[in-house]
Design a protein around this ligand. Structure first.
Ligand code: ATP
Ligand code: MG
Length: 557
């Protein structure tokens, strides 16, 4: 066709290229991925990259994604984590086809181990973990065969069944694959498949006292579910050979592993183990502390799933480790919040202003648009009266040259309302400014201004009698070091002591009292805010999600 529209140019990431090729070649007719969190902590922003990729590509190609809890380590796992993980994935906007648990496959994995034993490809080893480590060799030196490597199939089978039956103490025996102690890939040097652990599992309770290692569980779980593309992070590259070895020797569905670079962010810790430490040692107030990089922390802070997904899209999928500037995440957030956040006026550090020519008791109700970028968002009114608060730093007694806000003799526009002029500065006995006396121009009302006056500054204000008191919590970066991976010593030495700043008594226009839990607000000239769960009737608490200023754009220049 002559005038058919040119196809929108799309840039595929390398996983999408692989999938398109697999579909084109007929290797697969449908795509099935999985997201495999270990339920040993809350998900963080790094996981959202993996979620976005696993769920995103499957959806793009008409496929599905399983949620599979990688729960092979009974000592660190908990249902609290399972619930939070499910909640976070849903919040990010994704739906799983099935909810599975690696522990559901313990029976099957046990059978797989017996298959390997019978093929002469696995043996029970009495070596201690220290002996196993010592005989592993180094990248340049081969390891040493264990004395138990020559055990007969029947002895191995017998011992393994007795391991399962709980006849041997913890640590006394392991099941190992019999591969090659001289393999160049250290992971192929007779890796451990099973260890004995008398621990209660969050799902299987005390049914098992042997637990499979990650490597023996992951690929087989993928194969059992017929996962086509098993997407994981770069550190699993050396595990891939083993992943393929199990699948080949057990003759299972040929799932394939593909690796991409994990997301690292400046000023951010991305390890569940370290995040748990912050929670346990009370450096933060729980997993959902708004300073935490957890998805629950970001949610409470006011992040939107749209912003997080857009961020993942923007940074793309690469095969080389790097660290992304956290300002890019904030940039994506601002872009979205700017579109959806309703505007409100809040004064943090009040300075009392008396409008001397305003009649006592008279109230005007100027109209404010809820979002100047979105007409559909509607309007609300703001009570205006003789006594108002403005921000202390919107007044300067001796103004500098380009100071366009209030100063003696200087005029300013009160947002949505009138132009006022400062005539008198009132001070207390100590010489501190206690209030300003101003006059308003009655013809200058916003929307119907016939005054002909031109002022350069516009400031927010609230009517004192109508204002509602709110608490505002402002957050700074949790860490002071840009790249924590490069810093020596304990990561907690880099905690920012000023990461939380509470303004316990700010004054908001009364309409803010109608705020609901998920609503996003822009407090004019301040930033973006969301209601916090600590709010109580009569005591609203707001979290600052992000400031208005866009440092990323500056840096990009
Ligand atoms: P952490 O090291 O933070 O504790 P983890 O890798 O142990 O994380 P898992 O629960 O095993 O956490 O991760 C589930 C999935 O999320 C895995 O496929 C893992 O590769 C992926 N993932 C974890 N961290 C990141 C990250 N920073 N960027 C991208 N993907 C990640
Ligand atoms: Mg892990």
């Amino acid at each position: 066709m002559e005038d058919s529209k040119p196809e929108k140019e799309t840039h595929l990431n390398f996983i999408e290229e692989i999938i398109e090729e697999d579909l084109r070649s007929g290797k697969y007719t449908s795509i099935l991925t999985r997201f495999p969190p270990e339920p040993n902590g809350y998900l963080h922003i790094g996981h959202s990259k993996s979620i976005w990729l696993n769920f995103g590509v499957a959806k793009k190609y008409g496929g599905k994604t399983n949620l599979r809890f990688d729960d092979t380590n009974p000592t660190t796992e908990d249902v609290e984590y399972v619930d939070s993980i499910k909640n976070d994935i849903k919040w990010l906007g994704y739906e799983w086809a099935n909810e599975f648990y690696a522990s559901d496959y313990f029976g099957q994995l046990y059978e797989f181990a017996l298959v390997l034993i019978r093929k002469g490809l696995a043996y029970v080893d009495d070596s201690t973990s220290e002996e196993i480590a010592a005989s592993k060799g180094t990248p340049t030196e081969p390891g040493k065969d264990s004395r138990d490597r020559l055990r007969s199939v029947s002895e191995n089978e017998n011992l393994f069944i007795r391991m399962k039956n709980g006849e041997f103490p913890e640590g006394s025996k392991t099941l190992r694959a019999k591969i090659d102690m001289a393999a160049i890939n250290m992971h192929m040097r007779d890796p451990i498949l099973y260890r004995i652990k008398f621990a209660s599992h969050h799902r299987t309770k005390n049914k098992w006292c042997i637990y499979p290692m990650y490597d023996f569980a992951h690929g087989q779980s993928d194969a059992i579910e017929n996962i086509t593309h098993s997407i994981c992070t770069l550190e699993f590259i050396p595990h891939r050979e083993l992943y393929d070895w199990f699948i080949a020797n057990l003759e299972l569905f040929p799932s394939k592993q593909y690796e991409f670079a994990r997301l690292n962010l400046t000023y951010t810790i991305m390890s569940k183990r370290k995040l748990l430490q912050l929670v346990k040692e009370n450096h933060v107030n729980g997993w959902d502390d708004p300073r935490m990089p957890t998805i629950s922390g970001l949610r409470r802070r006011g992040y939107t799933p749209e912003a997080i997904r857009e961020f993942c899209e923007k940074i793309g999928v690469v095969k080389r480790d790097s660290i992304i500037d956290v300002s890019l995440l904030e940039f994506c957030l601002r872009e979205h919040l700017n579109k959806i956040a309703e505007r409100r006026m809040v004064v943090f550090n009040p300075l009392r202003v008396v409008i001397t020519n305003w009649e006592e008791g008279m109230i005007d109700e100027p109209i404010a648009e809820n979002n100047p970028g979105d007409e559909k968002a509607g309007t609300h009114t703001i009570p205006f009266s003789k006594y108002i608060y403005v921000e202390q730093d919107d007044f300067m007694e001796i103004p500098s040259k380009k100071y366009f806000r209030l100063a003696p003799g200087q005029s300013v526009r009160l947002k949505h309302a009138y132009i006022i002029t400062c005539n008198e500065v009132i001070k207390d006995a100590d010489g501190n400014i206690s209030e300003l006396h101003c006059t308003y121009n009655k013809d200058s009302r916003s929307g119907s201004d016939t005054s002909g006056l031109k002022v350069q500054g516009t400031i927010q204000w609230v009517s004192i009698d109508h204002a509602v008191n709110v608490e505002v919590r402002e957050y700074e970066r949790l860490f002071t070091a840009e790249n924590l991976a490069l810093e020596e010593g304990d990561f907690k030495e880099y905690l920012n002591p000023d990461s939380l700043n509470i303004i316990s008594n700010a004054y908001a226009e009364p309409y803010l009292a109608k705020a609901s839990a998920n609503e996003r607000f822009q407090f004019l000239r301040k930033g973006y805010y969301i209601l916090d769960k600590d709010s109580a009737p009569g005591k609203l608490v707001f979290n600052r999600t992000v400031t208005l200023k866009d440092t990323w754009a500056k840096m990009a220049k």
